[in-house]
Design a protein. Structure first.
Length: 580
């Protein structure tokens, strides 16, 4: 006969140990609570499925479905919570709308409103947990023109008018000088407007506000290079910081930790999204605002600067129905722009494309875009797994950072999906050993990877002021070496001249206007497959790919110099020009 021998009570669990003749039974309260929670969750989903069958509608579990923020934003959060609805997928004007019950009057009102706005609405029955999951994504949306507190309003009209006054960096400097002479109580809002208008007008990618000991510097990043615009005093910086924090939805009282936020400005033709980052420093919080102009991402593949020979290869690989296309390079090397150009080429009414990004930088019509959320455990790997349940044809994974993401991407490529992704390596050949280091089986790498690309961005010479000069004698041997070793070179003979940067009002006196990529690539062929079995180095892979007839970044860059597209100084700023 069994007897109760011991009762053990701890802070977080209650374990009752019963000693029997042949066994010991333990009760763990945490595990039991988790089991009850799982059962409740399962019952809630089963009830939603029954309701869907009753009303002859489709059922969907949104915790396992990527939520498209473009779809979500069609119904404001407060209204969505009141009506118990959430948009979760948008393709063209076709909207998938999650609802708790079709009998709610608020749901009918929402559907009628969406249909009046031209959307074709398809409803799906979901559980409360699904709706809560979708509503949680509202924090990923851009804030409107007003801050949530309503303290600061950026006038799109004023920005548009200011843009008309600004044609170059000197114009921004001049306007800033006039504003800094104004009364301090009125000038902060105007500073924000001018910084935005100037950045958009001259195609700046970022605005940097950096406190130093005696002043606060304001700089634009234009074509990848930082240029000082103005200096402001610390008092103005504090007011500016508060306004930008309010606008971006950041906490004013947090000054010793980094924060990230965002807001948007609706101009007449487009919406500019601004991502804000603050970072505590020795003399105050530094601010960086990244300007995301959707027009800058609408780049055709033919405009990227890819060499003609490589272009034919890439078009062939992008047209394949499956496989992995990797783009490598450091941050800011244009990888995302290139991948978006590939997606633009693949996009069509008969193809389902899903992207997993961190963050979603540009919204593309007709593509399901989902953003990772590390705080909620939604990373690239879980996003990729969820995407595969959506039956996609094409998947873009923002970045492969770990073994799990790498393995899922590889398996997706092997099972009939075309996968685009990025990897942080310096060269195209370096992608293969990097994936092996992450733990991917080298035996399947060549079967999964179609092509590995590497790229950098160099500034284009300004067409208005570039000047043709004789190639310096001390540079002839270097240029001629790369020219002579370039496979399938489309320049007939080595020229005696090249171009140099001069500077004019059209290019902000820099001598450069815009940027172009320099590229290289490695195809997965039989030689690559063979060498991968021996855990090769980057150099060994590069040698194995030598006969593929694809120029290196150095060779591509030298050709662009000899064609008058960029300069030797600019190329040497970006890549090493060492003879092999």
């Amino acid at each position: 006969m069994s007897t109760l021998s011991t009762t053990l009570i701890t802070h977080k669990e209650f374990i009752c140990v019963i000693y029997c003749e042949h066994m010991t039974i333990q009760f763990d309260e945490d595990k039991q609570d988790k089991r009850v929670e799982d059962l409740y969750r399962k019952e809630e989903e089963e009830l939603a499925l029954v309701l869907a069958q009753k009303y002859e509608l489709e059922y969907r579990d949104l915790t396992r479905t990527p939520v498209n923020t473009n779809a979500l934003r069609l119904v404001p959060e407060e209204m969505a919570r009141t009506s118990k609805v959430a948009g979760f997928e948008l393709v063209g004007k076709k909207l998938s709308l999650a609802i708790l019950s079709p009998r709610r009057q608020e749901v009918e009102n929402q559907i009628s409103d969406l249909e009046r706005r031209g959307y074709i609405v398809k409803t799906f029955i979901v559980s409360t947990a699904s709706l809560e999951h979708a509503w949680g994504r509202y924090q990923d949306l851009s804030f409107a023109e007003n801050s949530r507190e309503g303290t600061l309003n950026i006038s799109a009209k004023d920005i548009t008018e200011t843009m008309g006054l600004i044609h170059n960096i000197n114009d921004v400097r001049s306007v800033m000088e006039d504003i800094l002479a104004m009364n301090k109580s009125f000038r902060v809002s105007r500073i924000v407007e001018v910084l935005m208008a100037g950045g958009i007008a001259i195609d700046a990618s970022d605005i940097h506000v950096e406190p130093e000991e005696d002043f606060v510097g304001v700089r634009y990043r234009v074509d990848g290079v930082l240029t000082r615009i103005s200096n402001i005093d610390h008092e103005t910086h504090k007011l500016l910081l508060s306004r930008i924090k309010l606008l971006s939805g950041l906490k004013l009282n947090i000054k010793d930790a980094a924060q990230d936020g965002r807001f948007s400005v609706d101009l007449e033709s487009t919406e500019i999204e601004i991502r804000t980052s603050t970072l505590p420093g020795a003399y105050g919080e530094a601010i960086v605002m990244r300007l995301l102009n959707p027009e800058s991402i609408q780049v055709e593949i033919s405009e990227l600067g890819i060499p003609e020979n490589l272009m034919h290869i890439l078009e062939r690989e992008v047209d394949r129905p499956k496989g992995l296309i990797l783009n490598t390079g450091p941050t800011g090397s244009g990888k995302t722009t290139t991948l978006y150009a590939f997606l633009q080429k693949k996009r069509g009414s008969d193809i389902k494309i899903i992207t997993i990004e961190d963050p979603i930088e540009y919204h593309l019509e007709g593509i399901v875009q989902t953003q990772v959320d590390k705080k909620k455990g939604y990373d690239f790997a879980s996003g990729l797994r969820a995407s595969l349940r959506q039956d996609p044809d094409v998947i873009m994974v923002g970045e492969i950072r770990d073994k799990e993401t790498a393995e899922i991407a590889i398996q997706s490529a092997l099972t009939g999906h075309l996968v685009f992704s990025t990897l942080h390596t310096n060269t195209a050949a370096g992608a293969f050993p990097r994936l092996i280091d992450l733990g991917v089986n080298p035996k399947i790498l060549s079967s999964a990877i179609n092509i590995s690309i590497a790229q950098r961005l160099v500034r284009r010479l300004c067409p208005e002021c570039k000047k043709e000069v004789e190639i310096p004698k001390d540079k002839v041997d270097l240029l001629k070496y790369f020219f002579d070793t370039t496979p399938k070179n489309d320049i007939p003979t080595f020229p005696n001249t090249m171009f140099k940067a001069v500077g004019c009002s059209a290019c902000n006196t820099t001598g450069y206007k815009g940027r172009v990529g320099v590229y290289e690539a490695v195809l997965s062929d039989e030689k690559i497959e063979t060498i991968l079995q021996a855990n090769p180095s980057e150099r060994e892979i590069r040698k194995a790919a030598h006969n593929q007839g694809i120029a290196s970044m150095q060779q591509d860059g030298i050709n662009k110099i000899l064609k008058g597209i960029t300069t030797l100084d600019e190329l040497e700023r970006v890549i090493d020009l060492e003879k092999e």
